[in-house]
Ligand binder design. Sequence first.
Ligand code: SF4
Length: 229
Amino acid sequence: MKGKSVCGRDERMWKRIYDTLERTFPSFAVDEWWGVTDPFARMAGSVLVQNTTWTNAEKALDRLREAGLLEPAALAGETAERLAEVIRPAGFQRAKSAALLGLAGWVLKQGGVDRLRRSADGTDELRRQLLLLKGIGQETADTILAYALNRPAISGDAYSRRLWQRLTGEVLSYEQVRRAILAELTEAEDLRRLHGLIVEHGKAFCLKRSPRCSACPFADDCRDFHDSI
Ligand code: SF4
């Protein structure tokens, strides 16, 4: 970010954050980062990871795969009780089994994952429909849109909000961050990469407690870091 301060908002700041993160993590690959490439598995994973770690979500995902349930029709035909038992490692299994059943039903109603990915419905319309489903909140909906349905979407999750707050001192809501990013970046692939890179940066440098500022690529311009020294 050298050459232009990031301590203050401007109209290209997310783009410059993205460029810096691309240089910082040159080998970053979305598919490797996710660990799963199948769109329906990513949909299920987006639900399973709610309020838990990806490690736990992945265990539940593996159990769904072993049970032959990582397919919309098979999953939709399962009982909530049995499904809850299968996904137990992810926690909140009753709520998540209900959300998975609702999601699978929606996918089937839309004609399947492939049809959904080619749907003429706009991203905002698909987002609206997803948000009507039980157990699908903004972050889950935006993750599904971006990583399963190949739409230009991104979540304004805790990693993004923390990074923005520390760089600028400005506290933004989920929706404010989401809209700010979408105002600068419009390509689905860029948005997928940016979100993954923000998470990687949040885990490698901008930790919730004890951030590793001296090694961070934003250190020269970060308001939080400058205020702390
Ligand atoms: S300098 Fe520190 S607080 Fe600022 S973005 Fe980097 S890790 Fe986060």
